[in-house]
Design a protein. Structure first.
Length: 88
C-alpha cells in the first residue's frame, strides 16, 4: 500500500479532475482507517501539490450546503512527474 499522500497524487493521474471530496470518496475503501483521510488534510495535500507544480486548479463551485469545492487536475507534465516518481 502506498503512503496516503502518494495515493492522493496518483488519483489525479487517473481522473480528468477531482475535488477533495472526490479524492476522499475514491480512497475511502483502502485508506478509510487513516486519520489523515479527512478533508482538511486532503486539501492541504492537494494545495501542496499545486504549489509544487504537479496539479492545477480547473474550476470551483458551491455545493448544496454552500461550501466551496475546488477542482484540480494533473496537467500533462505534472502527471508525467507523478508517474515517474510513484509507480503503480
Amino acid at each position: 500500500m502506498k503512503p496516503l499522500n502518494y495515493a492522493i497524487l496518483k488519483h489525479f493521474t487517473k481522473v480528468n479532475e477531482a475535488c477533495a471530496d472526490d479524492v476522499i470518496q475514491a480512497l475511502q475503501g483502502q485508506y478509510g482507517n487513516f486519520k489523515a483521510l479527512k478533508k482538511p488534510a486532503v486539501i492541504e495535500a492537494i494545495m501542496t501539490a499545486e504549489a509544487n507544480g504537479l496539479l492545477q486548479e480547473t474550476r470551483y463551485e458551491l455545493d448544496a450546503n454552500g461550501e466551496l469545492k475546488v477542482y484540480y487536475q494533473a496537467h500533462e507534465e505534472g502527471a508525467a512527474t507523478i508517474n515517474q516518481y510513484i509507480p503503480d
